[in-house]
Design a protein around this ligand. Sequence first.
Ligand SMILES: Nc1ncnc2c1ncn2[C@@H]1O[C@H](COP(=O)(O)OP(=O)(O)OP(=O)(O)O)[C@@H](O)[C@H]1O
Ligand SMILES: C=C(C)CCOP(=O)(O)O
Length: 254
Amino acid sequence: MTTVLKLGGSVITDKDRRETVDLPALEAAATAVADSFADGSDERDEHEDLVIVHGGGSYGHFHAEEHGVSTTTGTHDAHGALAIHDAMKRLNGHVLDAFGQREVPTLPVHPFSVGARDADGDLTFPLSSVRTMLDEGFVPVLHGDVVAHAGEGVTVVSGDELVVRLAEGLDADRVGLCSTVPGVLDTDDEVVPEIREFGDVAAALGGSDSTDVTGGMAAKVRSLLDLGAPAHIFGPDGIAPFLAGESPGTRIDG
Ligand SMILES: Nc1ncnc2c1ncn2[C@@H]1O[C@H](COP(=O)(O)OP(=O)(O)OP(=O)(O)O)[C@@H](O)[C@H]1O
Ligand SMILES: C=C(C)CCOP(=O)(O)O
């Protein structure tokens, strides 16, 4: 069983305060993951292969906006590219600390060193390091980042894009995105239990409430609908049920 879990940057950081980790939220997420390994038996059979991805929150997005970099508009300024990348590595360090303290065998994979976009913006992302880490019993932790982009310099790659690439490339059985909202909300702010077509929810879908260069909820739903496997969007309370095989929040099944 292969599971891909994204922790939204809006969950693990205070998205409106520059470079601020939401430590209680990050620790709660790490505890939910650690407990899911410990549940039932001492084996990791439940989701023996787990890949974690985290978003940018108040780390990547502030710097990306400052340097005018998005997923499509790049920069040739190495200092700007490094400012974004270094901020994401700082956040990744906090994430690894929280999981490591709970004995989850996490290791970092920095997408900048591995991925690239062609002139059409299509992402190439070799998975050999992730696959080998999984085979060796580790939990790879990837993050939204910048990548070299033909004709653009470097552009942002979102955690959501990486989730799609990982889910397809690893043939994942379960895909979960944890955000601050309890699921995709309809125009009455009720959680939509299932989405099969973009048109089902288009009217209710917006971007993000805070600084976000990668598109917020609408972009999330669109990319998850293209995935081969069903995906789930849920709030922080949904992490434990999701890892236990339940279906919290919104199920997206294109
Ligand atoms: N219909 C909707 N239902 C739920 N959330 C919505 C909707 N429309 C817009 N949103 C916004 O989308 C946000 C979630 O997307 P966002 O990209 O900010 O989250 P994230 O993935 O947790 O963070 P990050 O991109 O930093 O990793 C919500 O906080 C909300 O502001
Ligand atoms: C802004 C950067 C560098 C990462 C964006 O990743 P996301 O928060 O998953 O969209």
